[in-house]
Unconditional design. Structure first.
Length: 102
């Protein structure tokens, strides 16, 4: 994903026991500008967009890393449009899944 691009998922129910997200990524850029993945609800950008978390994406070379964003994201309870917004260096996402509270 290039900086400023986003993935959108419509009508995601965030009140089913999720405590976070697991993202499998790889980043081959060694640039000083670090890569980040922002999790936003309702809109991908603008004043009405709410950021519920951010993951820093490290340089991974040729391997993939599984990164987790956990916690109790503020404002995220209920049904929302979910957006994953890329910032900084370019990286690739292999998979996205929920982390369940068991």
């Amino acid at each position: 994903m290039k900086s400023g691009t986003y993935l959108g998922f419509g009508q995601v129910n965030l009140s089913m026991g999720e405590i976070g997200f697991k993202v499998v990524v790889f980043c081959q850029n060694k640039e000083r500008k670090s890569a980040r993945l922002e999790f936003r609800i309702d809109r991908p950008k603008g004043k009405k967009s709410r950021r519920i978390g951010t993951l820093k994406i490290p340089y991974t070379g040729d391997t993939t890393y599984a990164l987790k964003l956990t916690g109790n994201p503020k404002y995220s309870y209920g049904i929302h449009d979910l957006y994953l917004v890329a910032k900084g260096s370019q990286f690739s996402i292999t998979s996205v899944s929920f982390v369940q509270d068991y």
